[in-house]
Ligand binder design. Structure first.
Ligand code: ADP
Ligand code: MG
Length: 258
């Protein structure tokens, strides 16, 4: 199983939208996919149709109580896609785990054994706290959604520093699979400029596929389905399909490995 963390400490940059739609695209490609929601807001869970009242077990149980992950995942209405949902009690996890020596390794421990998926995507909260640290420690690689806006690169350097620290202390093998530019608006000169700057600064690290600003992407969550299901032909869905294809070409040949 390949473990991919989707992280950026900024909120509202498209992490959850990327997690949901890339997960759906991978599932549609025939990959058995697990979406792991570790944001207490639970937007990824809602976005794949798992309402708060339907969440019997959650990532809280896995991280805090060390429940077996396979007993906590739930199916979604999307074939091939399961979810480990998040609940609000996860917002207390950071404090509850403060005395635990292995607090940064809880997710890694949970994902160590083969639980029957080809890939898992971990949707992180908008911070670099313990929850994101768990994701970066557990992950093989990191996907960073980056909104095309003026301060985009500033936040990125902080994130890359965190990645370096995680590589030194917790997970030497953590890679960065790519940076995905999101909410691109070609009518807006600024987003165009930012996109060019990011590409010239980071080169190959940036995915060729750019995710456009697209109202269908923002409408889909209120219907409890990924945009890819809500309107598979819209520009946003097509971009996420392309991003998933590009992601697959970048992934190492470890899909079936434990
Ligand atoms: P994050 O998880 O980083 O906080 P979200 O994926 O939740 O970000 O996106 C923030 C908001 O922007 C949500 O309301 C989402 O529906 C919307 N959104 C995300 N990506 C796009 C896009 N490409 N075009 C239009 N709206 C988007
Ligand atoms: Mg989110």
């Amino acid at each position: 199983m390949i473990r991919i963390a989707i992280a950026n400490q900024k909120g509202g940059v498209g992490k959850t939208t990327t997690a949901i739609n890339v997960a759906t695209a991978l599932a549609a490609t025939g990959w058995k996919t697990l979406l792991i929601d570790i944001d207490p807001q639970g937007n990824a869970s809602t976005g794949v149709g798992v309402s708060a009242s339907a969440r019997e077990y959650s990532s809280y149980d896995v991280l805090v109580d060390q429940a077996a992950i396979e007993g906590c995942v739930m199916p979604t209405s999307i074939p091939g896609l399961d979810i480990l949902p998040a609940t609000v009690d996860l917002s207390g996890a950071e404090v509850e785990l403060v005395g635990a020596d292995d607090r940064a390794h809880r997710l890694q421990q949970a994902l160590r054994k083969d639980i029957g998926y080809d890939v898992c995507l971990i949707d992180c909260p908008p911070s670099l706290g313990l929850l994101t640290l768990n994701a970066l420690t557990a992950a093989d690689t990191l996907l960073v959604p980056l909104q095309c806006e003026f301060f985009a690169l500033e936040g990125l350097s902080q994130l890359l520093q965190t990645v370096e620290r995680v590589q030194q202390r917790f997970n030497p093998d953590l890679g960065i699979i790519g940076i995905a530019l999101t909410m691109f608006d070609r009518r807006n000169r600024l987003t165009d400029q930012v996109s060019e700057d990011v590409r010239s600064c980071l080169g190959q690290l940036v995915f060729e596929t750019t995710i456009p600003r697209n109202v269908r992407l923002s409408e889909a969550p209120s219907h409890g389905v990924p945009a890819l299901i809500y309107d598979h032909a819209c520009a946003g869905s097509r971009a996420y399909m392309a991003l998933a294809r590009e992601l697959i070409t970048r992934l190492p040949e470890k899909r079936k490995a434990a």
